[in-house]
Design a protein around this ligand. Structure first.
Ligand SMILES: C[S@@+](CC[C@H](N)C(=O)[O-])C[C@H]1O[C@@H](n2cnc3c(N)ncnc32)[C@H](O)[C@@H]1O
Length: 280
């Protein structure tokens, strides 16, 4: 068991380290949340104290403990049809404009980042199938990524609680899910429509291969970042988007103060950000 509590100095050391690794910034008010999880892992790894544990976190070649701790530190709150107005905007404004301008026959590529347990990516798939006539004419690829390997396993399983599905129209629940006791299992067709991958948005090596997207949803992640990490995220998404591609953020998030790379587009259902057609 841990031999003494986490000191203020140790907390600050950890906070700086974790911020550099993930972009997540813990305020002082999160001290209890952070300490609780650190102590849990110090005990689980028989490290005895913070100092020994911190050595493992920094130098373990496999990075396994850092991943386990990251999985504990993330906030995975999400649900089906969260901020639905953006899915409406996708089918009624973004995709019609994109498809008119698309000069090749390549699939429309959508990146839902971060995925958490997958509700956002599956909601996008359902929305396209239900409300976008273009689905019969265009191939669509939906890729969904998160830093948290445990939550990604849950997303791939596609099994949801009543709380997760409470905003879903009853007819869609019936059409795309099978009820199993208290849980709702998403159907195989939707599962196959989304590819889930592990990506740390703050790690250049992780995001390098993510290119050629027409639409990116990055909702309810930037709220955990400071301005520096937000700027880095803005640059990453810019590189990942095709010219003319769109970036959709959460309702309390904005690019305007963070980056001048994007054009603000005010559609009837939502404000979104666009990489200009001339940009490379
Ligand atoms: C609150 S959820 C948002 C899920 C979904 N986009 C939504 O709006 O409902 C935030 C997610 O961000 C993930 N996350 C945190 N830092 C990340 C990073 N550096 N790279 C990728 N994902 C990250 C967490 O694991 C968590 O699942």
């Amino acid at each position: 068991m841990i031999d003494k509590p986490i000191s203020q100095e140790e907390f600050l050391k950890f906070r700086e380290f974790f911020y550099r690794k993930t972009g997540i910034q813990f305020e002082d008010s999160k001290r209890y949340f952070v300490d609780k999880r650190l102590i849990e892992r110090i005990n689980a790894t028989d490290s005895g104290n913070f100092r020994n544990y911190f050595v493992t976190l920094r130098f373990e070649a496999s990075g396994e403990e850092l991943q386990t701790l990251t999985n504990l530190m993330t906030v995975n709150e999400t649900y089906f049809f969260r901020e639905e107005y953006q899915f409406k905007c996708l089918v009624s404004s973004i995709l019609p404009e994109l498809t008119v301008n698309k000069k090749d026959n390549r699939p429309i590529r959508i990146w839902s980042m971060p995925s958490s347990s997958g509700e956002e990516a599956y909601s996008i798939a359902m929305y396209l199938l239900e409300y976008w006539p273009g689905i019969s004419l265009w191939d669509v690829e939906i890729i969904s990524s998160d830093i948290d390997t445990k939550i990604l396993a849950q997303a791939r399983r596609g099994c949801y609680s009543p709380r997760s599905i409470q905003n879903l129209p009853k007819e869609l629940l019936k059409k795309y899910f099978r009820q199993n006791g208290d849980e709702y299992q998403i159907c195989d067709d939707l599962k196959q429509a989304v590819e889930f991958t592990r990506v740390n948005l703050m790690k250049a090596a992780d995001v390098r291969g993510y290119r050629g997207f027409d639409v990116i949803f990055c909702r309810n992640l930037l709220i955990y970042f400071d301005d520096l990490s937000r700027r880095q995220a803005a640059d990453t998404f810019f590189d990942a988007l095709n010219p003319g591609g769109f970036l959709c953020l959460g309702h309390s998030e904005s690019m305007s103060r963070i980056s001048s790379l994007y054009q603000v587009r005010k559609f009837a259902d939502s404000v979104v950000y666009q990489k200009t057609k001339e940009a490379q």
